[in-house]
Design a protein around this ligand. Structure first.
Ligand code: NAD
Length: 496
């Protein structure tokens, strides 16, 4: 079977394709464990060259000097080119990530392109801001004539950006860096996860097709050493990273000596609160379906289910029934609802946490093992534990697999306290018949987003990001490009 983009055997630097200095690596389909392609691996010298290209394109190239509308026109070409390849991108993600088809087509491919289109619209409206005229005292002679003047705040591209991304929603994560950074006028070196190289390299094809000036977008591959150079090199102004909390902390440390701006989108352990008055069937259905998304490998998926004790038996019965019916398998089959985990190491981690749950005294409701009849592929069952207490490790750590923790509560205050008793703060949910009360509770949850009664159903064009150890900064929404801009205030006098 030929999968789109897997013919890309070179890396993309300074507007040209280069043979990889680090050879090639097999790329494995996690549903079959078969190598479906070999991906080029960059070495540190090539990352160095890519940074030089991005620096030159920023300091002397046309891109940062173009108007916002001119850049938006080019990025609109990018959006069109991506739309034209939507089905091939989906096919690639199914092979690279093993994500089920309905989720892939909607959340992994269509939604990211929609968000880029929205960002282009916002960018076109990004005007300099004129602050009101002010009268200020004479700093040097208190009794002298006062000064009158105004300020215009202009926004300028931040500079050379290193973008480093994880594997779980690879096309989304890459586009979430490329879109706003390039619209803002920055130049970039992008390094994807070694598990999902093609979801990044494909942007080289797009850059060529739309005539992006050379050096504006460079795509390298590789592992930790290559990532480290992107975080330490003097010529890089900013790092934008999506990945785990641990690597995020390393990235901050690596960036510190050269004081780079660091934008981090990290992990989560989000809580869904199911109040006493909630529609328990609906809430349980949503909890199970969300946990199955990409086999639980989603940063914002609620994985702690805080359920009012009066509803807990009904909630538990419903999630277990849904889990029992969920079709797990190779997502090449369109009827499959949940695919595998990315690699054996991730499955081992999930199985380790399932054991920790047992050992801590939680009750296994459903799942907890490898599905029968699937001998190849890194599959695991949709798993729920009941009788979890929030101090258990399964309730505190990000497992990044389909493992849900049901935690009982008796009052709203207790629910909020448990929800906030986490080092993460990425997302949250409240299910209740009293929407106004739910809104008040949403305000008390320390997280970057909260879905009240299912919210909009999809991520709307809203800012998303973390409190606490879930990250620093925001992605998406009307001010998305601001992460990639400097603000400059120009003060001017009146009457001189
Ligand atoms: P990871 O942190 O293991 O790796 C991410 C990237 O960092 C990879 O490209 C890797 O090669 C690189 N890297 C590793 N060490 C590095 C170093 N020292 N310096 C520079 N680069 C280095 O993440 P992952 O397992 O691929 O992704 C899953 C994680 O991502 C989960 O924790 C998940 O919650 C998080 N995530 C967050 C969001 C969000 O928006 N908040 C979205 C998706 C995923």
């Amino acid at each position: 079977m030929t999968i789109a983009f897997t013919h890309l055997d070179r890396i993309y630097i300074d507007g040209a394709w280069h043979a990889p200095g680090g050879g090639s690596d097999p790329v494995i389909n996690p549903a079959t464990e078969a190598t479906f392609a070999h991906a080029p691996v960059a070495n540190v010298d090539q990352v160095d060259t890519a940074i030089a290209a991005a620096r030159e394109a920023f300091d002397n190239g046309p891109w940062p000097r173009m108007s916002m509308n001119e850049r938006a026109d080019v990025m609109a070409d990018m959006a069109r080119a991506l739309r034209a390849r939507q089905s091939q991108i989906a096919e690639l993600i199914i092979a690279e990530v093993g994500c089920a088809q309905p989720i892939t087509h909607g959340m992994q491919v269509d939604n990211p392109i929609r968000l880029l289109e929205a960002a282009i619209g916002h960018a076109r409206r990004d005007e300099p801001e004129r602050l009101p005229i002010t009268i200020t005292p004479n700093a040097f002679a208190p009794d002298g004539p006062q000064a009158i003047g105004g300020t215009t705040v202009v926004r300028e591209p931040f500079g050379v950006v290193s973008a480093i991304t994880g594997y779980n929603f690879p096309f989304l994560l890459n586009l979430a860096k490329i879109g706003p950074a390039l619209l803002a006028g920055c130049t970039m070196v992008l390094k994807p996860s070694p598990f999902t190289p093609f979801s990044a390299l494909l942007f080289g094809e797009i850059a060529e097709e739309i005539g992006l000036p050379k050096g504006v977008l460079n795509i390298v591959t590789g592992g930790i050493e290559e990532g480290q150079l992107l975080c330490t090199d003097e010529r890089v102004d900013m790092i934008t990273f999506t990945g785990s909390e641990t690597v995020g902390a390393s990235i901050m440390a690596q960036a510190a000596p050269t004081l780079k701006k660091v934008h981090l989108e990290l992990g989560g352990k989000s809580a869904m609160i199911v109040r006493e008055d909630a529609d328990v069937q609906r809430a349980a259905g949503m909890a199970a379906m969300m946990l199955s998304v990409n086999a639980g490998q989603g940063c914002a998926i609620p994985t702690r289910h805080l359920v009012h004790n009066s509803l807990r038996p009904a909630f538990a019965a419903t999630v277990a029934a849904i889990a029992g019916q969920l079709k797990i398998g190779d997502p090449a089959d369109p009827s499959v609802a949940m695919g595998p985990l990315i690699r054996e190491s991730q499955r081992a981690k999930v199985e380790h946490y399932i054991k920790l749950g047992h050992d801590a005294g939680a009750t296994l409701l459903c799942g907890g093992k490898r599905p029968d009849g699937l001998d190849k592929g890194y599959f695991t069952e949709l798993t729920f534990f009941d009788d979890v207490t929030n101090d258990m490790q399964i309730a505190q750590d990000e497992i990044f697999g389909p493992v849900g923790c049901i935690i009982g509560f008796d009052t709203d205050e207790e629910a909020i306290r448990i929800a906030n008793d986490s080092r993460y703060g990425l997302n949250g949910a409240v299910e209740t018949a009293d929407a106004a009360k739910g809104y008040e509770m949403a305000l008390q949850i320390r997280a970057g987003s909260v879905a009240l009664n299912g919210g909009t159903g999809m991520m709307s064009d809203a800012p998303i990001g973390g409190y606490k150890r879930s990250g620093i900064g925001r992605e998406y929404g009307p001010h998305w490009i601001r992460e990639y801009q400097h603000e400059k205030s120009v003060f001017y006098p009146i009457g001189k």
